[in-house]
Structure formats: structure tokens, C-alpha cells
Design a protein around this ligand. Sequence first.
Ligand SMILES: [Zn+2]
Length: 435
Amino acid sequence: MAGDGIGFAEALLGLDGFRVLGVGDLDGEVVVLIETTAERVGCSGCGVVAEAQDRMEVEVRDLACFGRPARLRWAKRRWRCREPLCDKKTWTEETPHVSPRSVLTRRAGADACRRVGEEARPVSRLARELGVSWSTVMDAVVEHGTPLVEDPGRIGPVRQLGVDETSFLRAKPEHPTRFVTGLVDLDRRVMIDLIEGNAAGDVRAWLGGRPDGWLAGVATVATDLHEPYRNGLSPHLAHAQRVADPFHVVGVANRCLDTVRRRVQQETLGHRGRKRDPLYRIRRVLLRGAERLDERGNRRMLLALRVGDPKDEVLGAWLAKESVRDVYLAENPADATTLLDKAIVGCAADDVPEIQALGRTLTSWRTEILAHHETGASNGPTEALNLLVKKVKRCGHGFKNFDHYRLRVLLHTGGVKWDAPPTARIRARSPHSFA
Ligand SMILES: [Zn+2]
């Protein structure tokens, strides 16, 4: 171990190729004066031994030191080539510890990337903590995060794939709502990728970029009832069994019920739902599962329907919704088939146009809906991941740059391996040691 103060400082700093000239304190910050140890440098243009010209001082932010912010003040050397015929003239030295033009050491950048990615912390907060600009931190996230996300080993083989859309940018006068499509490994519960758009072509293009062996390994694909996704799976995943995600199937029935309720509300009272309107008051009760309604809830619902639903249209939509939910109570594929076909027949027999439309959707997705009972596949894990995505989204305060958004979502939910150096354990002192 080093015995003098400078030696101590160099051991603490741990940047090879640098020596410490002094350590100071500036408003609670640790300031370390450093220079490189290089004495003889060859010109990269001609190889002639270069001549030291002068130094310029640059400051870079490093990892905090014993809980205090630390900055390195680097007396950066400028070299000159003495060879008159060489074009190189002068240059400043570089180090692998600091990326060119960055004001963060690479290790501080890697740590910032981990905190933004793994912990989903806002870039702006880290920038404030480090005393650097937002773009300095974001550059570090891109520099250190991109290799982690683009690592070909990250995705791995996928047996059950989930495809799910989320909104990326809300509609504005300049553009409609923009959607992105998340691709999830349902077994590992990891977001393998995020693609811009939710059209068939977007999904197909992504699948087209996968190796044949990877595509062949995908046995099932769970999607919501979004027609473009179904189309986008061909031709690359035509062999996989398609499953309509139960959550979204019930969601379609819920939306049908909501639409009918709003229309009947408007037709009977001539205005949108208000606090005292009977249908508005039961809007949540209607969407609750029948088995979760107690007697009081049941009575409240029936009474409101009697008052607010003169032609039993809302009641019809509620029954249709319940008939769809029943499909998922079935214990075997045969019962599920019977129940789904009953729901379809029931919807077709109803004269409410919204309910008829629900019946057509169920017919169109019949195979995929029933496939859930055979495979057990659902986008349940996707929904859990969507919560993590929302966390990233919230801390980004509205992303505009899709690439940044994708990077940060995948760093947080994409199964990235963060390498933390193994740390030897220090055991707590036990009373026995003193015995
Ligand atoms: Zn030269």
C-alpha cells in the first residue's frame, strides 16, 4: 500500500495512466488535480517522437468520493509534431477513461446510465446531482446503454411471444395519437423490443429481421384484438398458434357495454352522464364481474336499469359482457367452446347494433379466443410490464424522441445484464469476536 498522501490519492482514484498532483476542496466538492504519466509520445501521423507544447485545464465529473461530489481537474497536454512534412501539427492527449468531448468520466457515465436505466431515475435529476447538463447524462445513457440493449444475447429464444400496443405520444393538433408496439417474452416477462407504430407492416418488418431459427422457436403469440397484428404475424410467424389475450377480449365486451350505456343515456336524457343520472351512477358497477356484486349492488344495478334503460339495451350489453366473461370460467376447452358459441349466438340474436358488432368480433377471433384454453397463454405479464413502462414514461415527462424512449424502456424492462463488480463481503462484527 502507498505510504505518502499522493500515493493514497492515486490508489483511491484508481485511474491507470494518471498521477495525482494534489487534492483539494471546493465548496464541499472533492477536487483532484491530475495529469497523465505519458512522457514520450509518438505522432500518430508519422511516428516521430512528439514534443510537449503546453497544457490546458479541463474539468470532468467523476463518481462521488466518500459521499461527496468529485471533480477531476486534468492538466491536459497538447503535443506537437516536429516533423515539418507531417500534417498532424498539434493534438491534445486522450484517455480511455473519458470519452472525447464528454465532461463525465466513463465510469461516472456508466453509473449514470445504470441509474437511469435500471432504476428508471429521471435524467434531469441525475444531471442536477452531477452538476452537468441534461444532454451530458443522456449522451452517457446512449453511449453505455446502447451496447447493453443491442447485445444479441439479450433477446434469447422466445417460446411465447406477447404483442401489445401502448400509446407513445398523445394526440396533438399536429399529429394523431402515436402508438408503439411492445414485444414481450411471456415466459421470462421481459420486454424484448419496442417498435414504432402498430400497423401490420411494423410488426412484419421487425419479424423479418429475426433469424429463422428464432422465429421457428416461437410456438404461441398472444395479441389483443387488433387486426393489423394478426396480419403482421404472417408470413414469419404463420406457424405459431395465435392467442387472443383474455384481458383484451373482456375489454372489448366492456367497451361495447360502455358505448351502449352512453348512447342510451344520451337518447333518454339528452345529455352526457351527470352525477345523479341512473345509468351514470352504475357505470362502474356494470363493468364489475357479476360474481363480485353483492345483493345490494345487484339491486342498485337492476333499479337503475329499470329507470334509465327503457328498452333493455344496456341490460342486453351487460348480459353479453357477462357471457364473454363466462368463457374464461370454463374449466376445459370443450366447455369454453360451448360458452363462446352461446355468447356469439346471443349477440347475433340481439337487435342492438353495438352488441351485434361485438358478436362479429367474437366470431372473427373465435379460434384465437379458444386457443387461450389450450395454451394457457395470456398477455398478463405484458400488463405488468406496462406498469414499468409507465414508470419510465412518467420520469421522462413526455418523450419526443422515440429512440431515447425505446432505449430507456428496454434498459428498464428488457432483461439487461448490469454488471456490478463482485464485492467481497465484510462481515458484521459479532459479539463472539470479543469473547
Ligand atoms: Zn507527425
